[in-house]
Every structure is written in structure tokens, then in C-alpha cells.
Design a protein around this ligand. Structure first.
Ligand SMILES: Cc1ncc(COP(=O)(O)O)c(C=O)c1O
Length: 404
């Protein structure tokens, strides 16, 4: 994705062309970038050959999941719906892990029937429920237990999941009790310790602390874990100032951990695989000038891209057509939704815009479309994948009529 003669391209396709042909807003993804991200991710950890289970929650588009599967990934799912999508995309059941604190009996039943690799349980009640279902089916079910390591991921508070006050996982004490419990179960095979301390993590230290806790707990539990599922969470650079995550350091820390533990590593990356593969192309509907600032009112809103409203985070905004030399302005980019939180970014020094101009909201491949809603009865945008310069509609724009 780059500018050529001041026009933004996704692979070899002009963003301007897509907007003309399909209307706006558009989620558009680059296959080339997706493929590169997966190859790079695997390469970074090739010394211990992990199982990479793409975190479906970050992007649930079934056609993208199919491409991700073809590039060798499994799936990490958190609901029956995500599991069904992973299966529809052809993901091998032996490469699917099921996480989440609130799996219902129906969901567990479905997962057990499908013989997926692991159900990562997060409470004693859930383990008892799995055992009950397994017994009724006369099956032995492979599970993991999620540990809460009480480790600060040093990320946005709202996406931290590994501190003791978070609802996720189990304390060291309960974890060890449950390891003992499962040893006596005829219907449960405890194969995995799972963990996920948060998302958009850029600090290696958090992972190092997490690995130390796992090392201690595994030794204490005196159990041979076939798998250690380290979850996802690796962050990406949403702006040029962000320090990039140090993969090499993380890989070295894991290799050190593996010297003492003969387990297969599982990763559940979402954002690091798909985050920077997607953009949201949007049109300026109106420009509203006030004394203190100019509002750029876009045709995409917080229902299309919720991250800024939900977490107070920024996504870069760039013009579809760069205009050299024009005077710069301070703009507040907002959506049309009737909420004051429907605001994307305040940008100083943006090139002068006029109504009907096109802009791009960057790095929206993860938790973009998957968090979208129909709030204000607004149909979901079309999703397009550019693959080898071919324009593939991977999900049609929702029809207004279907919402009425
Ligand atoms: C259990 C679990 N695994 C994996 C992920 C994916 O995280 P990320 O997209 O940050 O890699 C999440 C997201 O929060 C998660 O909850």
C-alpha cells in the first residue's frame, strides 16, 4: 500500500477507483501484506515451529479466514459462531482452539462433537460442564486451562486481560488445584496451559514476566503439558512514532523457556497478522466550520470502526489523493452517528479538504469490521480483498432493506 503519483494504491489498485466503483465506506485489504505478515510471523519463531492459530475475533470475514488457513494457520475462536466460520473456511479441527470465559453448554457440545484440538477452560464450573458432556458422549476431551498470571501487559487498560482483577483465567492456586482435579477425571485430558495477557502489547518485558510465571506454575503443578498456548497480543505500530515490537527478543525468551519444558507452543495472534492489511476508505460528507475547529464529517462512523470510540485510540488518517503545496488545516474527523464519542481523530497540519474528498483510515484490519454494528440503522460496509491485483468482493455491502 503506497502512493503513486499522489494517488493511494492498494497493491496496484487505486483507492479512488474503488470508491467510484463501489461507493463508500469500503473496507479494503491487501493479500500481499497479509501473506507477508504470516510468513514473517512464522519466521520469527521458526526455531521452535509453533502452531499459529489466527484469532478469529480480530477479523471474522470467512473469505479472509480461508486465505489465512491456506497460508498455514489454524484458528482461535471464542464462540460457536466463530467456530462455525473457521470450519466453513476449511480450518482443520486439529488446528482449532476455543477460548473464552462464558462458553455455553450448546457451544461446548458443538466443539466436543467437532473434536477440536483444545477447549481452553477458564473456570472450575466450565471444566465440570465439559466433563459432564464428555461423559454423556463417552468421550475423552482435550482441554487447556487458562492461567491468570497477574502480569501487567502495559497496554491500554481496556484490553488488558492478565491482571488479577481481570475476569480471565485462573489464579495460580486454583490452576494447580484444577490440574489435580483433572488428573482424576476419566473424561478430561489436560493437555495445555493457556494464557493471554492482553492486546496491543509492545513491551517485551510483560511477556518475559508472563513466561517466568508459566515456568513457575508448570514446575509447581508437576504436570506434563503437551502444549503451552501463549495467546496473542503482539502490538503493531499505529503511527510512525511507535516503537516496533521486538520479535527476536520474544523468540529468544520462549526458546529459553523451552529448554526446561518440552511443550509445543501455540500462538493466537490477531492484530499482528491482519491489523495493517486493511484500510477504511471514506468520503467527506460535510465540512462544518466552527470558531475553534473544522469538523470533517465522514460517511463512516463509530458503527463501522469502533476502536477510537471504545478505547480512545487513534488511527492515522491520510488523503486518497495527495495535494502537494496546499495549505494545512487542523481538522477533527468525525462520523455521522448521534454520539459525541463518534470521533476518529484530531489532525493538525492536514492538507486542505473539500466536501466529497476521499480519505483513508489506516490499519483497520483487526477489530475494525469485526467490531462493527448497525447502530443508527446503518448497513455494514462492503469488504474488498485485493489479491494479485484482482478486486475480490469478500463481503457485500449490507443492504439497507435487510435492516428495515
Ligand atoms: C484469548 C485471546 N487470544 C488471542 C487474542 C488476540 O489478540 P491480538 O489480536 O492482540 O493478537 C485475544 C484478543 O484479545 C484473546 O482474547
Amino acid at each position: 500500500m503506497k502512493y503513486l503519483n499522489n494517488s493511494f494504491l492498494i497493491e496496484h489498485v487505486k483507492a479512488e477507483y474503488l470508491a467510484k466503483k463501489f461507493g463508500t465506506p469500503i473496507y479494503c485489504y491487501s493479500y500481499k501484506k497479509l501473506k507477508m505478515n504470516i510468513i514473517k510471523f512464522k519466521n520469527n519463531f521458526k526455531s521452535f515451529n509453533p502452531l499459529v492459530c489466527f484469532s478469529v475475533k480480530s477479523n471474522t470475514n470467512v473469505n479472509l479466514l480461508r486465505e489465512i488457513r491456506k497460508l498455514g494457520c489454524g484458528a482461535d475462536v471464542v464462540s460457536i459462531g466463530e467456530l462455525m466460520k473457521a470450519l466453513k473456511a476449511g480450518v482443520n479441527t486439529k488446528k482449532i482452539v476455543f477460548s473464552g470465559v462464558g462458553k455455553t453448554t450448546k457451544e461446548l457440545n458443538y466443539a466436543i462433537n467437532k473434536n477440536i484440538l483444545l477447549i481452553n477452560a477458564e473456570s472450575k464450573s466450565e471444566i465440570i460442564e465439559i466433563e459432564k458432556i464428555a461423559k454423556s458422549k463417552k468421550k475423552i476431551v482435550n482441554i487447556g486451562i487458562r492461567l491468570n498470571p497477574n502480569t501487567d501487559a502495559k497496554t491500554i487498560n481496556k484490553i488488558s486481560t492478565g491482571k488479577k482483577e481481570d475476569k480471565f483465567g485462573l489464579t495460580e492456586k486454583t490452576f494447580i488445584e484444577l490440574v489435580k482435579y483433572t488428573k482424576n477425571s476419566k473424561y478430561i485430558n489436560l493437555k495445555c496451559l493457556s494464557i493471554h495477557i492482553g492486546s496491543q502489547i509492545l513491551n517485551n518485558l510483560s511477556y518475559e514476566k508472563m513466561l517466568k510465571v508459566i515456568d513457575k506454575v508448570v514446575k509447581k503443578s508437576n504436570h506434563k503439558f503437551e502444549y503451552v498456548d501463549l495467546g496473542g497480543g503482539i502490538g503493531i505500530a499505529y503511527n510512525n512514532k511507535t516503537k516496533k515490537f521486538n520479535y527476536k527478543k520474544y523468540s529468544i525468551s520462549i526458546s529459553k523457556f523451552l529448554k526446561n519444558h518440552n511443550s509445543k507452543i501455540i500462538f493466537e495472534p490477531g492484530r499482528s497478522i491482519i491489523g495493517d492489511t486493511g484500510i477504511l476508505i471514506s468520503k467527506v460528507i460535510y465540512i462544518k466550520k466552527t470558531k475553534s475547529k473544522d469538523f470533517i464529517i465522514l460517511d463512516s462512523g463509530m458503527n463501522d470502526l469502533m476502536r477510537p470510540a471504545l478505547y480512545g485510540v487513534n488511527h492515522r488518517i491520510i488523503p486518497v489523493i495527495k495535494k502537494g503545496g496546499s495549505s494545512k488545516k487542523t481538522y477533527e474527523f468525525v462520523g455521522p452517528i448521534c454520539e459525541s464519542t463518534d470521533k476518529f481523530l484530531t489532525s493538525k497540519n492536514f492538507q486542505k479538504l473539500k466536501e466529497k474528498d476521499l480519505i483513508i483510515i489506516c490499519d483497520v484490519g483487526a477489530y475494525g469490521m469485526s467490531l462493527s454494528s448497525n447502530y443508527n440503522v446503518r448497513p455494514n460496509p462492503v469488504e474488498i480483498l485485493i489479491k494479485e491485483s484482482k478486486i475480490n468482493i469478500v463481503k457485500k455491502r449490507q443492504k439497507l432493506i435487510d435492516l428495515i
